[in-house]
Design a protein around this ligand. Structure first.
Ligand SMILES: [Zn+2]
Ligand SMILES: [Zn+2]
Length: 370
């Protein structure tokens, strides 16, 4: 069938929206999905800039919700008409990581940067070439074929332009606070960077009972937005936050720190560690440049103060457990997804959407398909 998608061609520095030929699902573990909405996550921008090394040509997008239109021969896991959200790391359910409750680290995730179907081929083609898909999804396409391991069925009444957010940013941010940082009632929490992930981390900290939530972002708009999601204090920079956190916590500093910047840098870590209390935890959720190998941290500080630095991918969450739960929190009014969608765009305006992201105009921009 013919469809339309935003493609990153070799050497291109913007998305090209054009007609694509899409093959039907070939195997029992493949489904064809008509996309309803896709968040414009920073990670797709990282593919464009090279911060995330990926093979091209590539259809971008990995934060999506849609409706299953067709299933592969013999597929019993899903049926046409099912509403689904994609997890950006597939969850097979049976590898050691999945079996031990860490499906965000599913062994099948090793394949995601390759962007090929499980049988090593592609379903999308354009200009006579095979197109890989971002994290095996390619949600910047009106239709896509994905593996059932990436799909989570959701209730039909949840609006898709909000549901898509739990496919990456919201689950990542919320889980960074609730699971990776283990925020507890009464904690002081710092969230650095208020994009889609940071805004969700603020909400996760609030839901987990944090007493104080410090949001750090250079953008005045994002600092304002952070307060709507539950931040009690804001600062424009890590340096500015130091005096504020010191004053408000009577010098104890923050119990939990969540790094949710566009891109982290090793030279920021001394300032971040200085915000951290004794026994505190610093969660590194944002990516760092792939080739970065130097980070200046005092390991004596780790020993003497029992500080911890931990990494977290996809909020350390389990998609089949956490995605339905987060959408239930949304339905109950406890998780604000509506406020996280600053603007929506048609697919044709994707480059404008990413420019708005670079200009810090959006918490999240969302592509909405007609
Ligand atoms: Zn993402
Ligand atoms: Zn697995």
């Amino acid at each position: 069938m013919k469809t339309e998608a935003a493609i990153l061609w070799p050497d291109a520095d913007e998305w090209s929206v054009e007609e694509v030929e899409l093959d039907p699902p070939r195997h029992a573990d493949e489904v064809l999905v008509r996309m309803a909405a896709s968040g414009m996550c920073h990670s797709d921008e990282h593919c464009l800039t090279g911060d995330l090394p990926v093979a091209r040509p590539l259809i971008g997008g990995h934060e999506g919700a849609g409706v299953i239109e067709e299933v592969g021969p013999g597929c019993t896991a899903f049926a046409p008409g099912d509403h689904v959200v994609f997890g950006f790391v597939p969850a097979c359910g049976s590898c050691p990581s999945c079996a031990s409750g860490h499906s965000n680290l599913c062994d099948s995730g090793a394949r995601i940067t390759g962007g090929l179907q499980a049988d090593g081929t592609t379903r999308h083609h354009a200009r006579g070439q095979d197109l890989r898909t971002m994290l095996l999804l390619g949600t910047f396409s009106r239709h896509t074929v994905v593996n059932v391991m990436s799909c989570v069925k959701i209730p039909d009444d949840i609006p898709m332009d909000k549901a898509c957010l739990v496919g990456c940013g919201v689950t990542t941010g919320w889980g960074s606070a609730v699971y990776a940082a283990e925020v507890r009632p009464g904690d002081s929490v710092v969230v650095i960077g208020i994009g889609g992930i940071g805004a969700a981390a603020v909400q996760g900290a609030r839901l987990a009972g944090a007493e104080r939530i410090f949001a750090i972002d250079p953008s005045e708009f994002k600092r304002e937005q952070a307060q709507r999601f539950g931040a009690t204090h804001v600062a424009a920079s890590i340096e500015e936050a130091f005096g504020l956190v010191q004053e408000v916590t009577w010098g104890r500093m923050a119990d939990k720190i969540i790094c949710a910047m566009g891109v982290g840098h090793g030279n920021l870590m001394p300032g971040i560690m200085a915000l951290c209390a004794k026994l505190g935890t610093v969660v590194v959720t944002n990516i760092h440049p792939a080739l970065e190998s130097e980070v200046n941290i005092s390991f004596l500080d780790l020993t003497l103060m029992e500080k911890k630095v931990v990494g977290s991918i996809f909020g350390s969450a389990n998609i089949r457990y956490d995605i339905p739960k987060l959408l239930e929190l949304y339905r109950n009014g406890q998780l604000d997804l509506d406020g996280m969608v600053t603007r929506t765009y048609p697919l044709a305006d994707i480059n404008q959407g990413y420019q708005d992201m670079r200009d810090a105009k959006n918490i999240r921009g969302v592509l909405v398909y007609d």
